[in-house]
Design a protein around this ligand. Sequence first.
Ligand code: HCA
Ligand code: CU
Length: 384
Amino acid sequence: MPFDNYSIIESTLREGEQFSTATFSTAQKLEIAALLDEFGVEMIEMTSPCASPQSAADIRAVVKAGLKTRVLTHIRCKREDAIQALECGVHGIDIVIGTSPQLMKHSHGKSINQVIDAAAEVLSFVRGQAPDIILRFSTEDSFRSREADLLRVYLAVADLGLVNRLGVADTVGVALPSQVYALVHQLVRLTGLDVEFHGHNDSGCAIANACSALEAGATHIDTTVLGIGERNGITPLGGLIARLYTLNRDYVRKYKLPLLPKIDAMIADMCQLEIPFSNYITGSSAFIHKAGIHAKAVLADPTTYEAIDPQDFGLSREIAIGHRLTGWNAVRGRAQALGLSLDDATLQDLTRTIKARADHQPLSSSEIDHLLYEAARQQAGARA
Ligand code: HCA
Ligand code: CU
């Protein structure tokens, strides 16, 4: 079963650092790594040690923290990068080189034959130095690369017998789920190696593409918290969790789900962002039910309109009442929550009042509560 055996490569500390407002201090990197480790991600990927002296020092600091999660770094397909990565004591090295016509021309200027030679040279070097290190080779911009080029590169690398994993990257966020499925499936079938998918979200398919990759047999998915990364980022951790949870809760049971709100809030805070209202699971409106028909059904049984149980993430649902779409079941639900037993006629009358007032301006929850207490007082007075 494709979803029973996958790992998350959490790249907030690599791809995420490429987000416009992200610059993590050493202390912040340690905090992020520790929380992701507690959540249970299998691997975290960190910025190349070649980026800056502090980047190299930070990798060492995170490795030294002795977390359960494996610490990877991400480098260009160059021996000098590999030397620095090895010096940091990482558990794994992710190597990437562009194969699309655009990147071959403007990124490294190599032909496909030269790409294959560079891969062979660097991968042999790393494997010679570190027989047990987790080694991954990826093509950058896989989905704008010529299929014949891609297959030549991947098959040549697979034949070397040096890597644990091949990676495919939708670098500019253009792939369709069907294309991701086809490529991943082909690699799994031809090489038998583990396959990783890294997908950007420029056209809104990053989560769907990650899911397609898993359906096709991918074993590793790259995520970042809130999806931060170059431009508008990659598959978000919470979005991938929501996608897999709604297929089957068992697929995400291995993670400590109630930590997700804390993780999203931490990164939002560190990057001076608001969590979008529409965010998966942790968006402010993710568990608010509004229309009277929805509220009635949710009060009877939340699963009628909830594919995700907020309690699994330490969150709670909210029934919005003070608006013109409200219904008397929602009003009764709130009265019951306040311990008030109002008769049906009173509740229906109150609902008409709320709707009429909300036609001019929505009511706050404290205004609703005030109306309910007032109605209870009047009802008690009438009975006395
Ligand atoms: C980038 C590189 C990368 C690498 C992905 C990978 C991409 O363009 O910054 O190594 O799997 O999107 O291609 O993030
Ligand atoms: Cu990327």
